[in-house]
Design a protein around this ligand. Sequence first.
Ligand code: CP
Ligand code: NVA
Length: 309
Amino acid sequence: MKHFINIRDIPSKELKKIIFDAKKRKSKRKKFGTLDSDRDFPLKGKLLIQMFEKSSLRTRLSFYIAIKQLDGGALTLRPDELHLNKGGESLLDTAKIISSFGNAFMLRTDSEEKLNILKKYMTIPVINGLSPKSHPTQVLSDVFTIEEIKKKSISKLQICWIGDSNNVLNSLIEASVKFSFKLNIGCPKNYEPNKELLNWVKKNNGKIKIFNDSKEAAIGSDVIFTDKVISMNDKVNKFRKIKNFKKFKVTSAVMKCAKKDAIFLHCLPRGPEVSNDVFLGKQSKVFQQALNRIYVQKSILLYCFEKLR
Ligand code: CP
Ligand code: NVA
């Protein structure tokens, strides 16, 4: 069994296999109902236990549908209904119980440390469904969406991120190394990606450029990404941060700097970082992006169960 915690821990070959499997499985489901199982029933009888310590719509729905389409089942736990952190049950005991009742565990957490402790004690695959530092299932799905729309390998495209250096960007940076694509980042001076990650990129011959100007970052790009200025784990002065990001809003003027056929992506939920006309405009593929989470979650689950063919 394999965990899926950070993109950087997973070899490129395996990540590409996940994308390949997702493409194949999606193409075979044209006449299937949402909950119909894939014909090979690969996770028959398996139970995915998922727990959300923070809000979620897309990740929750897509993992539920994903495991059902693989012929397994899902149970969603709310942390406030468990003994964990309240009734004195330790992480070790919780990990052992979840491991013996379920076959895979997906966690959205506000603590990197908790994720690592649970991973240490669990004997079933653990999937990171968003942590303060990364959002790997989102970004892998976004690579899938980009290749689906652009009909070419992401390694031949220029991707641009405009906005905060948050969990989604961290995973996108890791993906840029694993999938060898060019990544321009447009963000204010004091909000640049963390040094440790940038050093890792350097060591691994990544192709990242940082701009403190959104339009410069967008020039010649095939994809413009952004995400909320204030993430769920952000404990900053919100008004000040939003003010500091005023010039980093994705507007039609920014989209015009990208290639003519550039697309706009946003993992949702959204905030003031994108104008309404861009978000709902022709170049925006945000709803296709959201729905594709199902297909990629399925292949991530199969990777974790070592069932990728
Ligand atoms: N993009 C994403 O992870 O959405 P949710 O927070 O709704 O799961
Ligand atoms: N960066 C956002 C992503 C939400 C899916 C957050 O962590 O809140």
